[in-house]
Design a protein around this ligand. Sequence first.
Ligand code: CP
Ligand code: NVA
Length: 312
Amino acid sequence: MKDLLRTADLSRDDVELLISTAADFAADPLRASSALANRTVAIYMTKPSTRTRLASETAVAHLGGVPIFIRGDELQLGRGETIADTARIISGYASALIVRTFAQSDVDELGAYSTIPVINALTDDDHPTQLLADWITIRETFGKDIAGRKFVYFGDGNNMSHAWLTMGAIMGAHVVAATPEGKWAPDADVVAHAQEIAKETGATIEISHDAHSAAKNASVIYTDVWMSMGDPENDRAEKMKVLAPFAVNSDLMKLAVDDAVFMHCLPAHRGEEVSADVIDGPRSIVWREAQHRRTTIQALLYHLVRGEVKGR
Ligand code: CP
Ligand code: NVA
């Protein structure tokens, strides 16, 4: 596999390889410090980023390479140069391209016309690198035996909900998306695809519209912001109202199992999707999760550049 364009590209073996290497990079960030020596990695983002940008630049540095960060307004792409031509040019300089933008089709096109690995660092539809960090954190918390455990995402049926369901399917887990019905439910084709993957892996994919029953006996309670980057501002008032029953607070956490943890991809909005006492409380593992953005992106770069990610 050349690129990581979407979560569904990954096989279970790929994820196992990546999180195992990420654990090595957590223990010793510089264990492959010449893997990208004298090489560059382009990081192109048309949306803001704190974690993914820092994790990516740090990962490249730890591999001995030089990150070239390019903001959305800095390429000739914004002045009408095509995606294909941009991909060809970047391929002539960099060893990989990490890209965050709106349309999934733009990332797909960059992948199609690049000769170097292209990594999706978030689109409107997906967030595969986040899920690698999430799953190494889940592995550290619960170990490999996750039979009988339930992993529940609460809130907007957005890019994170898609990635959550898809990665859960790949990992053979019981995953739930607890979202409103209708406009802010996960896309039906993503759910169908996750269910297809689940047939091969033994996973259980569940869509719930009842936060309380979804939280019952959950091992992970996960949430994401209610207003994603690029969401229309005029949806805000309605969204806040419709999503309110899916807010994570200490009452919801009480329904989970005794060793349940709280996760969030961040950035968080305390008092909206999560209460301060939960995210800043003892069950929250969000800071460890955020640190694993670097270890997993480092592992992904290391193996993708070497052609060692097989794909599904
Ligand atoms: N979780 C995540 O992708 O964070 P950033 O938007 O800060 O990169
Ligand atoms: N759903 C959020 C995730 C941020 C990491 C967004 O797209 O803005």
